[in-house]
Ligand binder design. Structure first.
Ligand SMILES: Cc1cc2nc3c(=O)[nH]c(=O)nc-3n(C[C@H](O)[C@H](O)[C@H](O)COP(=O)(O)OP(=O)(O)OC[C@H]3O[C@@H](n4cnc5c(N)ncnc54)[C@H](O)[C@@H]3O)c2cc1C
Length: 508
């Protein structure tokens, strides 16, 4: 291979959200020959981005600030909708709090400070069809839609809508994408990037470029790397998205001296349908295997015991760590349980119904419940704790749109594992259970980058390696242990734009 087909201004490795943002930014900044390569076949385009709910967390000034970029709110609806502003300080505090203070403060600041501009760019330049996320992030309270948890933006048709918008913008900009083309080696000459060796149609080929942007995701789809970094139990986690994110970027970059950083023992993992496929997401059902209704119910393990505080915080501050909690239970699964007061709309999951808690426990034995009596006892003592709390705090009202303080911990009685908010007795049949497992979303450890330029840092000098940039899941140091929902797509856009712009600056 030689000539026009092998020489580029910038090569982006990975066709997901982060890589797409980087490629478009590079093209918009004046680079003519921008190429995206992806190891997946064309029908898997978009990486994990395709599987998302399209949730984007950003700093914003409240409803009036974000109304101009959303497409699903008419003026009458707007009058009945409450979206509180979400400030820089809140976004920073959320990442730092959930990461137990370990996140790199400069990286976090770069993400947060550029989040609103990135979302505006996605809307105006990429034409991402943003919506207000009524069904996931708001509750109807006293006739008003109240948004909660610091996040309000989603995209029409979720990740499918997001990736379709990227695809069109890239095509219009003349950016090519080669599928079935894995990067297998990075070429460094005189301490600067010079190109990428790829496998194309079964043959190795050298592509040259003065700038390479790595956006090839984490290692969540590699069973071996999950076992190595996260622990042996993680071989049993179910892959929620693309099966092609197998840690290649880490191997490619460290082979040319890149520095690693971040939480290699940590990942984003959620409550996921126990009947979902194990090693890959499903392109049709995508995010619909998510089972995040637990704040309004209970989670019990195979021994019939609770193991987390289901009401510890709003769902989008706990959902990314509860997958791990489920994986650590006997058998690696659990049962989510509600009574008839909670509506559960999802049609994908297999629902198990019963008229009494005892009957429900009996049915769950067929699904792996090993201690039917303990299951019933757990629900009974939970109900008892809730009633005693209510008796002591008669003025408190159940409200899912705020942390309502309705708990299981009263002066007279408290549970070993509390439920801190939204605790209602599980008492009105019919009762509903679903079986959940751990779904792994993406990994937190990755490459060290310069927060201002997204340049990949050298292990030996601590300085950026000339021409090498990184964005998306592959960036390390941002998230530790846990994660505020909707931050991943925004981070990919923020550092993708930086990477693309810097690549153009360098090349020109
Ligand atoms: C089910 C699900 C729901 C989610 N929902 C949300 C949400 O609502 N909001 C949010 O913010 N985040 C969400 N996420 C997380 C989000 O998907 C990621 O943060 C984001 O998409 C990462 O983007 P990326 O471009 O870095 O990686 P990806 O989109 O995964 O793209 C990486 C690409 O690199 C390719 N690749 C890998 N190795 C090579 C190689 N050697 N050569 C060439 N190409 C390679 C892969 O094939 C893949 O296409 C969700 C994830 C999943 C799985």
């Amino acid at each position: 291979m030689a000539g026009a087909d092998s020489s580029f201004d910038c090569i982006v490795v990975g066709s997901g959200n982060a890589g797409s943002c980087a490629a478009l930014a590079a093209s918009d900044a004046g680079l003519e020959r921008v190429l995206i390569i992806d190891k997946c076949p064309a029908e898997w385009a978009g990486g994990n981005g395709y599987f998302t709910a399209g949730a984007h967390r950003t700093v914003h000034g409240g409803l009036a600030d974000i109304l101009p970029i959303v497409h699903n709110v008419d003026p009458v609806q707007a009058q009945h909708t409450d979206v509180e502003p979400y400030t820089h300080e809140q976004f920073i505090a959320d990442i730092m709090r959930l990461g137990n203070g370990r996140s790199d403060p400069e990286l976090v600041r770069a993400l947060v400070n550029n989040s609103r501009a990135a979302v505006q760019w996605l809307s105006e330049r990429v034409h991402v069809p943003f919506t207000l996320s009524f069904n996931r992030q708001a509750y109807l309270v006293n006739g008003r839609q109240r948004f909660w948890g610091g996040m309000a933006l989603s995209t029409q048709d979720g990740g499918k809508g997001l990736i379709a918008a990227h695809h069109k913008a890239l095509q219009d900009a003349g950016v090519q994408t080669w599928f079935d083309t894995p990067a297998v080696e990075l070429v460094l000459e005189d301490d600067a990037i010079a190109g990428v060796i790829v496998r194309k149609a079964g043959k190795l080929a050298k592509l040259t470029a003065p700038a390479v942007i790595l956006a090839s995701g984490g290692y969540e789809a590699s069973t071996a790397l999950r076992a190595k970094y996260l622990g042996e139990q993680w071989v049993n986690a179910k892959v929620r998205g693309t099966p092609y994110n197998t840690g290649d970027g880490i191997a490619l970059a460290t082979a040319v001296g890149a520095a690693l950083t971040g939480d290699f023992a940590g990942c984003h993992s959620t409550c996921w349908d126990a009947n979902a496929p194990s090693d890959t997401g499903d392109r049709t059902l995508s995010n619909q295997f998510t089972k995040s209704g637990y704040p309004l119910g209970l989670m019990l393990n195979a021994h019939g015991r609770r193991f987390v505080d289901e009401g510890e915080d709003f769902r989008n501050y706990t959902y990314a760590k509860f997958g791990r909690a489920i994986l650590m239970q006997p058998g690696g699964y659990a049962f989510q349980v509600w009574d008839s007061r909670v509506e559960y709309a999802d049609d994908v999951v297999r629902k198990i119904w019963a008229d009494t808690v005892e009957q429900l426990a009996g049915k769950l034995e067929e699904e792996g419940l090993e201690n039917r009596c303990q299951f019933v006892d757990t629900v009974v003592s939970y109900n008892d704790a809730v009633r005693r709390f209510q008796a002591e705090n008669a003025s408190l009202r159940w409200d899912p749109a705020i942390k309502d303080g309705l708990s299981t911990q009263s002066n007279g009685f408290s549970l070993e594992i509390p439920k801190t908010n939204w605790a209602l007795p599980i008492e009105q049949g019919p009762f509903l259970a679903v079986k959940v497992a751990c779904g792994i979303t993406f990994t937190f450890g990755g490459l060290a980058i310069d927060p201002d330029t997204a340049g990949i840092l050298s292990e030996t000098t601590g300085k950026p390696i000339k021409g090498m940039y990184c964005t998306g899941e592959l960036v390390g140091g941002l998230f530790y242990s846990n994660y505020p929902g909707g931050s991943g797509l925004t981070a990919g856009a923020v550092f993708g734009r930086k990477a693309g712009e810097q690549a153009a600056k360098l090349t020109k």
